[in-house]
Design a protein around this ligand. Structure first.
Ligand SMILES: NC(=O)c1ccc[n+]([C@@H]2O[C@H](COP(=O)([O-])OP(=O)(O)OC[C@H]3O[C@@H](n4cnc5c(N)ncnc54)[C@H](OP(=O)(O)O)[C@@H]3O)[C@@H](O)[C@H]2O)c1
Length: 264
């Protein structure tokens, strides 16, 4: 998706993937400085470990302890997290503005934290449910204090999901439930979904998850995880290049490649 965007804008950059061992994270970042690499995306499990090697980390990334994008500005390394803004833009650009809404967020892992941090600043009410309840209550407490808003954290169970869905405008699955190879899993019974709900499943592999299929069948509005993938990538692209990301080009390339991988 990034290479397609560089090509479309005639920017002479290339995006490559490197597998980095945990013990080598510091050396990888030194390599970025030495080779004057313009930008990096950081993925699991290094999103927290890179922080100590950077010169500046923005407030969102610092608060959630997770960096997914590094920008090298003349030798000074800046760390950001674009998952939250990626999720927000995916919702907005697909006709689901969370401003003033009640949002039910499933999960309290890395991506969920970033989404919760960004959405707290937009929504009227946010409920976070997680399999490990303490993760959800800790995150809710952190956000409540930081933004002076009442954010609720609780255990993810059939009854908490069902009860909260009754009062929610938007449901976001930010757990890995439904991700390949467990394509047929979902935490939501199809009959709990309804047409006046918007559902975003951030899982993008498979491209259409069971939850997304069930939501579509119920008449709910569906925002795909591929949209969040594209918009978080677009935010990284804009940090590195200073150019407006060509969203349609990135969306097309992301979908093409995800579908190719899915067929294997
Ligand atoms: N679309 C995008 O741009 C985008 C961006 C980032 C991530 N993602 C996707 O989002 C998903 C989560 O990623 P992450 O980085 O946040 O991972 P993570 O930090 O490992 O968090 C995983 C989350 O899933 C929950 N979970 C795992 N298995 C579960 C189960 N069987 N039942 C209920 N909850 C379960 C975990 O709950 P516990 O705390 O109880 O373990 C935790 O909340 C992945 O599928 C990833 O590919 C998508």
């Amino acid at each position: 998706m990034h290479n397609a965007a560089f090509k479309a804008l005639k920017i002479d950059y290339v995006f490559l993937a490197f597998r980095v061992k945990t013990a080598e994270v510091g050396n990888a970042i030194s390599g970025m400085r030495a080779l004057n690499i313009r930008g990096l995306n950081v993925t699991m499990p290094h999103k927290n470990a890179v922080i100590k090697y950077l010169d500046n980390v923005d407030q969102t990334a610092k608060s959630i302890g997770s960096v997914n994008t590094i920008h090298n500005r003349d030798g000074t390394l800046f760390g950001f997290n674009t998952d939250g803004v990626g999720a927000l833009n995916a919702l907005k650009e697909n006709g689901t503005d969370p401003k003033g809404k009640t949002v039910l967020l499933l999960g309290a892992g890395g991506a969920a934290k970033a989404i919760a941090y960004t959405l707290t600043q937009e929504v009227d009410k946010l409920v976070i449910l997680n399999r490990t309840a303490k993760q959800a209550t800790d995150l809710a407490n952190l956000l409540s204090q930081k933004f002076n808003k009442k954010i609720i954290g609780d255990a993810l169970s059939p009854s908490t999901v069902k009860d909260n869905l009754n009062y929610s405008n938007i449901l976001i699955n930010a757990t890995s439930v439904g991700m390949k190879p467990n394509d047929n899993q979902t935490s939501i019974e199809p009959e709990w979904l309804k047409p006046n709900l918007a559902v975003m499943d951030i899982v993008y592999s498979p491209v259409e998850t069971k939850l997304a299929k069930d939501a579509k069948a119920s008449g709910a509005k569906v925002v795909s995880g591929v949209e969040m993938l594209v918009f978080q990538g677009a935010a990284s692209f804009e940090f590195w290049t200073g150019c407006k990301a060509p969203i349609e080009v990135m969306r097309k390339a992301a979908l093409l490649n995800l579908l190719r991988v899915q067929k294997r």
